[in-house]
Design a protein around this ligand. Structure first.
Ligand SMILES: O=P(O)(O)OC[C@H]1O[C@](O)(COP(=O)(O)O)[C@@H](O)[C@@H]1O
Ligand SMILES: [Mg+2]
Ligand SMILES: [Mg+2]
Length: 282
């Protein structure tokens, strides 16, 4: 099977699985005792979505590796592309019934890999509607998912030129002074939209233009978000939509990973706002 055919199968499989993930959420809203590899207490829903995605993505012929935020090691699934997944992004939003997502990165390299090795990436947003944004190369498309079938809503998705929203994670007293100074400059121009699920927040940035960040913190210099499963794939989508990514110094997509569950300071959005971030940070 060609690489493009495998990517198309992955995209279709993610769309097909999304309603099953969504339908399985009631009754799986409580935290269990087990922790995932980065120390978050896992919900039954995290495990449920991970198992479903391992079955459907790992089962595709051209997929050779499956990895997820929820499991310590890479699963060998044959020969071919590597798929890295955040099965449920923002799962702490399940209890208060707020938006969540599923993130998928398709790397043409063994995991852990650089963002530059991604050949496709996308996410599902479980909002009032179930939508998916999927990027391949330099082009991003938004789909509506109904009954497991994706229909195109918008092709050539690009960040609006005149940005209006921002959302920054972490407690304000835990922000380093240079990031706090950046936040102050952004706050005076843009409206705050922060919902506690990266995918919900990033989809607002993609729709209205702006900047999303989970910065390095005083207490956690690498921040919270995971490079393989969150920052790289979502950064790839933002890049395809004409935006930029930064870990504070340079593009997130250029980071050489040390481990599968590495974290990175994450800043994503309109190029002008990311350029300003890099010139404000020490
Ligand atoms: O609760 P906080 O500190 O605002 O963190 C929110 C961030 O954590 C995350 O929920 C982490 O995702 P998971 O639910 O996959 O662990 C991001 O989606 C979001 O940006
Ligand atoms: Mg997440
Ligand atoms: Mg998750």
């Amino acid at each position: 099977m060609s690489r493009d055919d495998t990517v198309a199968e992955i995209r279709e499989a993610v769309a097909e699985t999304a309603p099953t993930i969504r339908a399985g959420l009631p009754g799986r809203r409580e935290k269990g005792d087990a922790e995932n590899p980065t120390g978050d207490r896992r919900l039954a829903a995290d495990e449920y979505a991970d198992d479903l995605l391992e079955d459907c993505l790992g089962g595709i012929d051209g997929v050779g590796e499956y990895a997820s935020e929820e499991r310590a090691a890479v699963v060998d699934t044959g020969t071919g592309l590597s798929v890295a997944v955040d099965p449920l992004d923002g799962s702490s939003n399940l209890k208060p019934n707020n938006v969540m997502g599923t993130i998928v990165g398709v790397y043409d390299a063994p995991l852990p890999a650089r963002g530059r090795d991604l050949i496709a990436a996308g996410y599902v947003l479980y909002g009032p509607l179930t939508t998916m944004v999927f990027a391949e190369g330099a082009s991003a498309t938004e789909y509506l998912i109904e009954e497991g079938v994706a229909s195109e809503l918008r092709t050539g998705v690009t960040l609006p030129e005149d940005p209006t929203v921002y959302g920054f994670g972490g407690r304000v007293p835990d922000w380093p002074d240079d990031f706090a100074a950046y936040a102050e400059s952004v706050e005076s121009e843009l409206k705050l939209r922060y919902g506690g699920a990266m995918i919900g927040d990033i989809n607002q940035v993609l729709t209205y233009g702006g900047v999303f960040a989970y910065p390095g913190l005083r207490s956690a210099p690498e921040g919270k978000l995971r490079l393989q499963f969150e920052a790289n794939p979502v950064g790839y989508v933002i890049r395809a939509a004409g935006g930029r990514t930064s870990d504070g110094d340079g593009s997130i997509l250029d980071i050489d990973p040390d481990g599968l569950h590495d974290r990175t300071p994450t800043h994503l959005g309109n190029a002008s706002l990311i350029e300003r971030l890099e010139s404000t940070l020490d």
